[in-house]
Design a protein around this ligand. Structure first.
Ligand SMILES: Nc1ncnc2c1ncn2[C@@H]1O[C@H](COP(=O)(O)OP(=O)(O)OP(=O)(O)O)[C@@H](O)[C@H]1O
Length: 369
């Protein structure tokens, strides 16, 4: 296997597969979770299959953390790729217990290095009480926890997950996400998961890639991609932006948490977590309204000085505005506001204007280390 200087993942796949045209050229981080997002049929699973070596296009190149897995002359076959693959439905061995399923994964590792000890994995995934159980009677969420554990014990250098939570209902998703969140933060390998669900992406991903019709249309930090006003995902009714914050204080009197964001501060009802901790919050574009002057009397807790960085007209009556917190420069945390085009005209809002953003509600997404 050849080596290259790049320590990231470089993936270039182009060609036709069963009449589907794929044209992907992307560089992904070597650590953390990347969400692969896009409409049904845009090619997400096909990209995962190419990464795993299960599909082969005419022109393919893949290097993972400095090792070339394929290029014009060389193709590392699937069984030799150090990849953990998790599918939508956990394909556990029904005749084996949870413990034995994990052992099977461990055997696959051969002489590949452990990326996590079995004990730590069992602890982080909360599998201790399930070890002697047959896989027949596990819940969907439990099955997926075992499947992810088994994949990670096989010593992968890349973890690929194809809609691992899609078969679960909302309650089961809410149950499994904290386990995955804790686990993923401890792993030093790149993890790529396909998802349709922005809530799960906001919670688990650090990086986001958006596909459309076999091509990559956006690739970057989760917060940057989610706040791109021109992307099709910013057009939906539930569009929201994700911002990293630090908890600054909690008022026992009125139970309000104050957090610091780039360029300002926000107040959030309830006790979020310990002072000093890093968190991730989400602001729905529909919950943001704009004012030209600072409103003198309002019940809204968060009225933020902000600058308009971009305006994107949507079909119909509405538009998305990209805002940056603060009036002094454009380095503040960025988020989207959704207003009507009538209001845009009435107040004559334009790129570069300083305005006041009234944020009606902020929701906690999860803890970030
Ligand atoms: N085995 C196959 N034979 C023929 N065409 C296929 C096959 N698998 C996928 N395709 C086609 O390739 C295209 C991309 O499919 P792919 O499964 O990669 O999309 P996707 O983004 O993962 O979709 P979804 O979100 O619905 O799972 C689609 O047009 C699909 O119909």
């Amino acid at each position: 296997m050849k080596n290259t200087q790049s320590k990231e993942i470089i993936a270039k796949f182009s060609g036709s597969l069963d009449q589907f045209d794929l044209s992907v050229d992307v560089t992904l981080p070597a650590r953390g979770v990347t969400a692969l997002f896009g409409r049904s049929g845009c090619g997400k699973t096909t990209v995962l299959r190419c990464l795993a070596g299960l599909s082969r296009v005419d022109r393919g190149y893949l290097s993972v953390k400095g090792k070339v897995w394929q290029d014009g002359n060389y193709f590392l076959p699937t069984p030799k790729r150090p990849v953990g693959f998790v599918f939508q439905e956990a394909s556990l061995f029904p005749h084996l217990s949870v413990d034995e399923n994990l052992t099977f994964g461990q055997r696959r590792a051969g002489d590949r290095a452990n990326i996590i000890s079995r004990d730590d994995l069992v602890e982080l995934l909360g599998l201790g009480a399930l070890m002697n159980r047959s896989t027949h009677h596990l819940s969907g969420g439990e099955r997926q926890r075992v499947a992810i554990g088994r994949a990670l014990l096989s010593g992968p250098e890349l973890l690929l997950m194809d809609e691992p939570l899609a078969a679960l209902d909302r309650l089961s998703k809410n149950e499994i996400i904290p386990y995955l969140d804790r686990l993923f933060k401890t792993l030093d390998i790149p993890m790529i998961f396909v998802s349709h669900d922005t809530e799960e992406v906001e919670r688990l991903a650090d990086h986001m890639v958006i596909m459309d019709r076999g091509k990559i249309v956006s690739n970057g930090l989760l917060s940057d991609v989610l706040s791109d006003p021109a992307l099709f995902i910013a057009e939906g009714p539930k569009t929201s932006s994700v911002i990293e914050v630090e908890v600054v204080s909690f008022s026992e009197v009125d139970k309000i948490t104050e957090v610091r964001v780039e360029g300002g501060r926000l107040q959030i009802p309830g006790q979020l977590s310990d002072v000093g901790s890093k968190q991730r919050i989400s602001i729905a574009a529909n919950d943001v309204s704009l004012a030209k002057e600072q409103p003198s009397e309002t019940t809204i807790l968060n009225v933020l000085p902000a600058r308009i960085l971009d305006i994107h007209l949507l079909d119909g009556a509405r538009c998305n505005l990209l805002l940056s917190i603060g009036h002094q420069n454009e380095d503040g945390a960025r988020f989207l506001a959704r207003i009507t085009q009538r209001s845009l005209r009435k107040f004559d809002f334009a790129i570069g204007h300083n305005i006041y953003a009234q944020v009606k509600s902020v929701s906690m997404v999860g803890a970030k280390i």
